[in-house]
Design a protein around this ligand. Sequence first.
Ligand code: SAM
Length: 382
Amino acid sequence: MEVIAKTFAGLEALLEKEIKEAGGKRIKPIKRGVKFEASDEVLYRCILCLRTVLKLLVPVYKLKAHTEKDLYFKIKKLPWEDYLELNQTFAIDCVANSSVFKHNKFVALRVKDAICDRFRANNEDKRPDVNVRNPDVPIHVHVSDLDVTVLLDVAGFSLHQRGYRTRDHKAPLNEALAAGVLLLSGWDKKTDLYDPMCGSGTILVEAAMMAQNIAPRLFSSKRFALENWDSFDAQLWRNIKKELKQKIEPTATKIWGTDISPKAVQMAKFSARDAAVDELIFTEQADFFTRKNKFDQIFIVSNPPYGERLKEEDIIAFYKEIGNVLKREYSGCEAWFLSSNFQALKFIGLKPSKKIPLKNGALDVKLQRYDLYAGSKKNNRT
Ligand SMILES: C[S@@+](CC[C@H](N)C(=O)[O-])C[C@H]1O[C@@H](n2cnc3c(N)ncnc32)[C@H](O)[C@@H]1O
């Protein structure tokens, strides 16, 4: 079957590599994602294993619609009973990029009407209910000019939701982006890792799962939409999960996190516990600017505050201080910082050896690498 995988702009190459490792074939890049061919087995592996994916969609119908009426009748003609049963719930979500179909919500409504009317006509006026929050069969409609593609959402929720982050931090990093940042950094999973401004602990937990080779959704308590499909092969699903559990590796790697906010540290602790990786993760409340470095060798990955809640001069001073602390305390280490505040990033005052542009949703962000050479502060200066 054809599968479409979506991710953040900037993570496409990583996603392609992950899909190749899961067994995907004929992988082609598309905007913010990739298209590929998958057997049931490969699709199941993708759901459980891909770290950087946000959505997995399977196209089931493709048609051309010239008017809104045309769309309604063509959608009504499709054999929806192949994918949806009378006693199941469904929801339509639509993205239209078309001069004819301009309003996503209106297209979604017409598609919903067409599906309901088809069921009513064939089932004595009975039809499946809509459940927008937790549908059994989430349906995605993509319109590009007159071309309409109907896709089934394999999960029914965004796949960044691993289920371990249940408390709300004010500025949490998306789990798929955190995983992408760690993969882009080339962290070897053996060197101890430190997030000095760990917030709710997303980088810590993603790193801990990688270090132990834990598939990110292997222990998900959420039910995936595809488990409701007629074609779902429960035995194959169980076999793959069993195999992935056997591939979990013990590790001696330690993952450290600090945050100035005691509440954030508590959240990070909860996240680590809920993801069952708390044996690897060590957190403490500390101010990065006054904390003495206690590590011999450490790999730093962090996303500091972007500055929404601070005055410009304060955020510049904040980033300057990050640079000072790195130079003073962490010589010999490698550090990666993700931020959307490009102006402030310049004030770290160290020459980045790599700059990677990324998107965090609609926000432009940059991931920068700093090599903190031991002994030679001269080389560190911009
Ligand atoms: C953008 S948030 C990090 C979000 C985190 N990656 C997550 O997924 O939840 C930045 C964090 O930096 C922390 N912070 C701000 N100043 C700090 C300092 N001087 N030392 C340590 N942490 C600090 C804030 O409390 C906040 O939790």
